[in-house]
Each structure stands twice: as structure tokens, then as C-alpha cells.
Design a protein around this ligand. Structure first.
Ligand code: KIV
Ligand code: NA
Length: 265
């Protein structure tokens, strides 16, 4: 199979074929997900939570993101790798956005970048695209603006749905190749998906988007405790790893590991 290109994602939209996207932050997951047929991998700034243990996505830096991006791009041969621009690394100006995107392309070897924001970031998207870097937009609930949006809540209900449609169109006009829609009513997501020529990628945006994305640790049940409503857990990795670690610990304490077959003479 050939490398996934942006025109392939566009063609899937035109054929009405939904495509999956997962986050990845390291070599094993990148390779496993690529082999499982995931065409697009996102090195999300959700790494703030899932890798670094911060309480939100705000603290993660470009210097913390870049090694993860490099690990993922080094590990795949086909998947399209999108790198999230972290909070504070692009908002100041279109020039700052271009400079940061260039670092992700040069040092991270990413194939595209993603940034959060609608109409107010159209100029940033346009500048990055003009510099030769494909941009994925991200609207609706945008975690980097958590404190401005009043916490984790659905965006675009009622009259504000029109604003969301305007945001999506502005990103398309600015040259974005796809738009993530997070926690928006499915009716609004369906309308935007219909109105846009470029693919929409839903997370908590209902079944009518052109693509769906989940954070892989949510998808595979590695995250414990309460998960958002939009998450479906396809495995219980937390349970599997806990059992494995407990069994290993018991074996060591009972001297039943290592056994003869694990031992050199
Ligand atoms: O950082 C991330 O993982 C994301 C996805 C949830 C879209 O932005
Ligand atoms: Na993100």
C-alpha cells in the first residue's frame, strides 16, 4: 500500500467512505495502528494528559511534543501523521504559526499540522498553508480554550450553531484540508459535513462526519475512571496490564519467574 495523501482523504469523502483516525505518541502504537488500517495518526497535544500526566493540554510545549512526533513519523511508512500545535505556539500571529509549523515539519517530520480555532484563526491557517504545510482545523470544544469556554461543554447548540458553520467555512476558505469538530450537536455536524467540500473529523459530533477520531488510550480502555460520553472503549487495556503486572509480581515473589526456559547456562 502507498503512503496516504490528503487527496486520498478527499476522495474517500467523495465516495462516502468514512475513515478512522487515532492518536499515537510512540513507536509501537504507531506501527500497530498503521497495520490495523488507520490511515491518519494524530500526535495530539492530548499527550499532555496521556503521556506527561498534566491535568490539561495547556502546559505541553513544542519541545515536549517534537520527540513524540518524531517517534511516530519514524515508525510509519504509510499513515499520514498530523502534529498538534500546542497552546501558545501559534496564537500570537500567523508568522508565529508558520514558524512553529516549520519546526514540526523539519524536526518532527510531520506531514501536516493541526491547530485550534475558527474564523479568528483563518489568517493563521492561510499563512501556514501558503508556507506549504497542510493544516487540519479544530472547532467546537477546543481544549486549549477550556477556560474561555467555561469548561468541557458541548459547543454550537441553538443560535451558536450558525457561528460554528461560519468557522468551518472560514477554515475551508483559508485552505484547511480537514476540520475536527469536537463536542458539537450531531445536527450541526451533519450540516457542516454537507456544506464543506473538505472532510470533517468528528469526536463527540455524531455519526454523519466524514471521519471519526478518538484518543487511543480512551479507545482501548487504558484510561481509568470516568470517560466522556463520546468515548467507546474497544478493549480493557487497563485491566489487562494490571493483571499482567500483578502476575509478574507474584511470580517474582514466588520465584516461579524466571523458569528454565528463560534462563541461560
Ligand atoms: O489532542 C488530541 O488528541 C486531539 C483529538 C482529540 C482531536 O486534538
Ligand atoms: Na488536541
Amino acid at each position: 500500500r502507498k503512503r496516504v495523501r490528503i487527496h486520498h482523504l478527499q476522495e474517500m469523502k467523495e465516495r462516502g467512505e468514512p475513515w478512522p483516525m487515532l492518536t499515537a505518541y510512540d513507536t509501537y502504537t504507531a506501527r500497530l495502528f498503521e497495520d490495523a488500517g488507520i490511515p491518519v495518526l494524530l500526535v495530539g497535544d492530548s499527550a499532555a494528559n496521556t503521556v506527561y500526566g498534566y491535568e490539561s493540554s495547556l502546559p505541553i510545549t513544542v519541545d515536549e511534543m517534537l520527540p513524540l512526533v518524531r517517534a511516530v513519523t519514524r515508525s510509519v511508512t504509510k499513515a499520514l501523521v498530523v502534529a498538534d500545535l500546542p497552546f501558545g505556539s501559534y496564537q500570537a500571529s500567523p508568522e508565529q504559526a508558520v514558524a512553529t509549523a516549520a519546526r514540526f515539519m523539519k524536526e518532527g517530520r510531520a506531514h501536516a499540522v493541526k491547530l485550534e480555532g475558527g474564523r479568528r484563526f483563518a489568517a493563521h491557517v492561510e499563512a501556514v498553508t501558503a508556507a506549504g504545510v497542510p493544516v487540519m482545523g479544530h472547532i467546537g470544544f477546543t481544549p486549549q480554550s477550556e477556560h474561555n469556554l467555561g469548561g468541557y461543554r458541548v459547543q454550537g447548540r441553538g443560535a451558536s450553531g450558525d457561528g460554528l458553520i461560519a468557522d468551518a467555512l472560514a477554515l475551508q476558505d483559508a485552505g484547511a484540508f480537514a476540520v475536527v469538530m469536537e463536542m458539537v450537536p450531531s445536527e450541526v455536524a451533519k450540516q457542516i459535513t454537507h456544506d464543506l467540500r473538505i472532510p470533517t473529523v468528528g469526536i463527540g459530533a455524531g455519526p454523519d462526519c466524514d471521519a471519526q477520531v478518538l484518543v487511543w488510550q480512551d479507545m482501548a480502555g487504558l484510561r481509568t475512571g470516568r470517560v466522556p460520553r463520546f468515548v467507546k472503549q474497544y478493549a480493557d487495556l487497563a485491566g489487562a496490564l494490571t493483571t499482567a503486572a500483578r502476575t509478574f509480581a507474584d511470580d517474582v515473589r514466588q520465584r516461579s519467574f524466571p523458569a528454565a526456559e528463560h534462563t541461560f547456562h
